[in-house]
Design a protein around this ligand. Structure first.
Ligand code: GLC
Length: 587
């Protein structure tokens, strides 16, 4: 049935919650030179039409720029695509090196620090070409526009892929498409979802959707995939979380609460929360998941409690807390969110965190311990620690490991989980800077020639056979199995800005600018250093394009960070150090 024939049950209009517009957090990261970044996070909504700013932070030191009175006065955003307007026509992007108001320069003249990079124009053109329209309105961006490859489902709008596109449009002062997308995904959530005879939970958001145009009747209809068509038939756990995160980004960027306040959006959030906060047999506050339920959407041994989902879960809960209103059951969810956030942050910071010291502790673990006095709570057998991790772990630095469950620690490093842990403040300030230290200490391994490894290291040989089920797309150092994904640049850049280390982002962006556009914006790169265009990588992959634009815009105007970052909530600090069921109840 066409989506617009289905309606979400109407609820009454509700008043704004108190939390709107408030900065509830207290984490004050500083630059190497002591600049207080949180001042930048106190973002005002963007006044989209009035645009005047200096363009780039690329050459002078970052903190120097931020201290300058001029910069402080002019943190209003500029349309990144506008910086080319008047200088270039879509058909003559080669002139894109020309700064506004200056005369064209010779080919060999180095670019002025405030000049837009020529790739920016190409990226905006490609991003706009990827727009998908439903009944005349833009509702998303297609995953890839590769004319040379079979499209499979790459001709669909993926919820997770749209996030960097949506952020790029928000940062560029074009919120309408994000609003349309959020509304469309909400309509799809209301569909009844079935796989064979089984009905999925009400709140599940689609992994992707597609607009079908009938030229004869001149009508548009939609199809959506909730996992029933996806390889492996897994529902995307991340889609609902990304939807909430994007809703907050939209609200924060525009200052427009009317969308989040609608009864439909409030209901949509409650349905998602209902799925992930419901009681079951869990003994941990983390969310139990099937393999392939997120960005890594094939079997890769991430089943259990994957870091990517736990970070997104945490971030979505924190975003929902700022958007949910107490009416119509919202109050009960707000209480459950608070409890879960406290338990989740304790669990993650305590059991998922690995640095040199903790690795040494695990290495010396005793096994078969019982009762509340156990140090090795999950009964991890030290012999199961893989050899590579001893070499990989620097003296300075640390990260959240891939998975923690009984007798199973997955020591692999995953990019999204770690970057989102910084952005959501799931990581403490100390842990956040340790993650950034790791990037510096293990640059070759994690960044190499093309940012950023989605996971590290690759599974090889027997392990690859067992864990992936002999997946030919996920061979070692390819695709999800140690491949390098340019889209991750935006998350890395955001994490760098938040921790006051923009020089790391600049270095990564430099690598991308050497190749990405020339290579045709591939989806991923292969090899230990990410030096080869991925074997089955799509070209003109939209989130590679949007990820680059978002990274550039954030670095140029760090106040954009507030859309996608939350500061630490001091109230969340748990006083517990042991299981809450200890001491035993006395009657
Ligand atoms: C691949 C990725 C997935 C992405 C999709 C569309 O399947 O693994 O994360 O959403 O392509 O780009």
């Amino acid at each position: 049935m066409p989506v617009d024939m289905l309606s979400v049950s109407p609820l009454s209009m509700e008043a704004n919650t108190e939390s709107h517009g408030k900065n509830v957090d207290g984490y004050r990261p500083t630059t190497d030179n002591g600049f207080d970044f949180s001042k930048l996070l106190e973002v005002k909504p963007r006044s989209h039409p009035t645009i005047e700013t200096q363009r780039s932070l690329d050459e002078r030191s970052f903190s120097e720029q931020l201290r300058s009175p001029r910069h402080r006065q002019t943190l209003e955003t500029v349309k990144s695509s506008d910086c080319l307007d008047g200088m270039v026509t879509p058909s003559s992007r080669s002139a894109a090196n020309t700064p506004r108001g200056s005369t064209p320069r010779g080919f060999n003249t180095p670019r002025h620090p405030f000049e837009p990079h020529p790739m920016i124009g190409d990226a905006w053109d490609a991003l706009r070409r990827s727009l998908v329209y439903f009944r005349g309105k833009p509702v998303g961006t297609i995953a890839a526009m590769d004319p040379t490859e079979d499209s499979l489902n790459y001709n669909q709008v993926f919820v997770r892929d749209f996030v960097p596109s949506g952020l790029a449009f928000l940062m560029n002062g074009e919120p309408e498409i994000v609003r349309n997308f959020l509304n469309k995904a909400l309509r799809l959530q209301a569909w009844e979802k079935r796989i064979d005879c089984f009905t999925l939970g009400e709140g599940v958001m689609p992994a992707s959707f597609k607009v079908l145009h009938d030229p004869v009747r001149n009508s548009d209809t939609m199809i959506a995939d909730f996992g029933e068509s996806a390889i492996g038939r897994v529902a995307p756990v991340d889609s609902g979380f990304w939807w909430i995160i994007l809703l907050r980004a939209y609200t924060r960027s525009t200052g427009d609460h009317s969308l989040a306040d609608t009864p439909d959006c409030q209901r949509g959030m409650r349905l998602i929360l209902n799925l992930c906060l419901s009681d079951g047999f869990d003994t941990f506050p983390t969310l139990l998941c099937a393999d392939g339920c997120a960005m890594i959407d094939r079997r890769m041994g991430i089943y259990g409690y994957p870091i990517e989902i736990q970070s997104l879960f945490f971030m979505a809960l924190r975003c929902a807390r700022t958007l949910l209103k107490p009416e119509n059951g919202g109050k009960e969810f707000l209480e459950r969110i608070d409890k879960r956030l406290t338990a989740l942050s304790f669990h993650m910071r305590e059991y998922f965190w690995l640095d040199h010291n903790q690795l040494n502790n695990i290495y010396r673990f005793k096994t078969e311990e019982y009762s509340h006095t156990a140090v090795n709570k999950f009964n991890v057998i030290p012999e199961s620690i893989p050899d590579w991790v001893f070499d990989f772990m620097p003296m300075k630095g640390g990260y959240f490991i891939g998975n923690v469950s009984p007798a199973r620690l997955d020591f692999r490093w995953f990019a999204i989980g770690n970057c989102c842990a910084i952005l959501s403040a799931l990581a403490t300030p100390e842990q956040s800077s340790a993650i950034m230290d790791l990037f510096e200490e293990r640059w070759q391994e994690l960044v190499g020639d093309m940012p950023l490894k989605v996971s590290y290291p690759a599974l090889e040989g027997h392990e690859w056979r067992i864990v992936t089920g002999c997946d030919p797309k996920n061979t070692r150092w390819s695709y999800h199995n140690g491949g390098s994904w340019p889209v991750l640049l935006w998350m890395l850049t955001a994490a760098c800005i938040k921790t006051g280390r923009p020089q790391i982002a600049r270095r990564a962006i430099g690598l991308v600018e050497e190749r990405l556009s020339k290579d045709g914006w591939p989806e991923y790169y292969d090899g230990k250093l990410g030096r080869y265009i991925g074997k089955q990588a799509r070209k003109y992959q939209t989130w590679s394009i949007a990820g680059y634009l978002v990274a550039k815009m954030m670095l140029e105007d760090p106040s954009h960070l507030g859309m996608i970052s939350l500061e630490e909530d001091k109230k969340m600090k748990p006083s517990l150090t042991r299981s809450a069921s200890w001491p035993p109840h006395r009657f």
